[in-house]
Design a protein around this ligand. Structure first.
Ligand code: DON
Length: 362
């Protein structure tokens, strides 16, 4: 055989083997079931685009060592900084993962999204708008500046606290109805379970560590009560808030929670409708404007995705009508957001065309 023919055959074999390995990962290997319409990608190819994007982001960012674990809650400083997991859950319930998706971290502030969603679902979108406010505060997540009436919600006299930062989040927790702490907690954790599609548990070590060191949140709770924004029992509100922040989640749980919001409030894996479709855009709007602290604008500029971070190292992001995505990596940047989670989510979403602000006319 001529040398050029041999080399051609070698290239074809390499391409074929590469194609087999990369395009059809064994765990996903299924024959395409639909005939693509003209201009549409075959199902198998969409599946591999997704898995390839997740794998590529994991490979690209796994060795990044920038950032530092949160340590103002002492136990968070002890979490393995190398932990890195990514998951994407699509609105049709497909799951794509890379890295560690079994180790749980505390959900921390990501919980604020789902407690706010619970209040909106129970009491209507106005409850949050009028009692807490939906503008970003522009202050740090544990600041009391907004409580001290930087702004006032028209017609109610309530401050613009925002349910995704501590004063507003503790207020939102106090608004969940129930005859006693147990009843309120069952509702909160029940909603989180529904979003995640499995029963979640409090990480007791985190709950203990945060309860011992949350004097600032206690002060916020007392202040909110003094001003009448928390109607009764601020201690219970702060304790339940601390508990909700200590719930353990892995990357797949977080991606499923995000995917439920991407799927108009219906968990795409369990099929259960958790929040009315009409309430979802309200939740996403607050995430878009205030989900990543002081860097929310910068985040939106680069991704267009409603998102929420937590000091445990998790970030969720929602591509409405497409997918939920989450990454966990404990080291945080100066703004308090996970370095690797931000990078991974941005890269994957950009690869998959997830930016809702880049939608084209059909
Ligand atoms: O209240 C705290 O300080 C923590 N439980 C949560 C902080 C966090 O994740 C940042 N939030 N926006």
């Amino acid at each position: 055989m001529k040398r050029e023919n041999r080399s051609l055959i070698r290239s074809l074999v390499a391409v074929t083997v590469g194609f087999g390995l990369i395009i059809v990962p064994l765990s996903q290997a299924k024959p395409p079931v639909q005939t693509p319409k003209p201009g549409e990608k075959p199902v198998a190819s969409v599946r591999c685009d997704m898995q390839n994007a997740v794998n590529a982001a994991y490979a690209k960012f796994k060795d990044v060592t920038e950032g530092k674990n949160a340590d103002y809650i002492p136990v968070l400083a002890k979490v393995d900084p190398n932990l890195f997991g990514i998951a994407v859950v699509t609105v049709d319930g497909k799951v794509y993962t890379s890295g560690n998706i079994t180790t749980e971290v505390s959900i921390q502030s990501i919980s604020k999204v789902f407690t706010m969603a619970q209040v909106i679902q129970e009491q209507g979108p106005e409850s949050i708008e009028k009692r807490i406010g939906v503008d970003a505060t522009g202050a740090r997540f544990n600041s009391i500046i907004a409580v001290e009436a930087v702004k006032v919600v028209a017609g109610t006299g309530a401050p613009e606290m925002n349910a995704l930062v501590n004063p507003g989040a503790i207020s939102a927790t106090s608004m969940v109805t129930g005859a006693n702490a147990d009843e309120v907690w069952k509702k909160i954790i029940g909603a989180y379970d529904d979003y995640a599609g499995r029963p979640l548990n409090v990480l007791q070590e985190v709950y203990k560590s945060e309860s011992e060191t949350n004097q600032r949140n206690q002060a916020i709770g007392a202040l909110m009560f003094a001003y009448g924004y928390i109607k009764s029992n601020w201690q219970q509100a702060v304790d339940l808030y601390t508990r909700q922040c200590s719930v353990g989640v892995n990357a797949k749980d977080l991606a499923t929670m995000a995917a439920t919001l991407a799927n108009s409030g219906k968990n795409p894996i369990t099929g259960k409708q958790i929040i009315d479709e009409t309430n979802v855009p309200r939740v996403l709007a607050v995430m878009a404007t205030a989900g990543l602290y002081d860097d929310s604008g910068k985040w939106l500029y680069h991704t267009g995705l409603p998102a929420k971070s937590g000091v445990g190292g998790g970030i969720i992001a929602v591509s409405p009508g497409k997918f939920g995505i989450a990454a966990i990596s404990p080291p945080l940047d100066a703004a308090g957001n996970s370095v690797r989670a931000q990078r991974a989510i941005t890269a994957i979403s950009n690869d998959l065309g997830g930016n809702p602000l880049a939608a084209k006319a059909k």
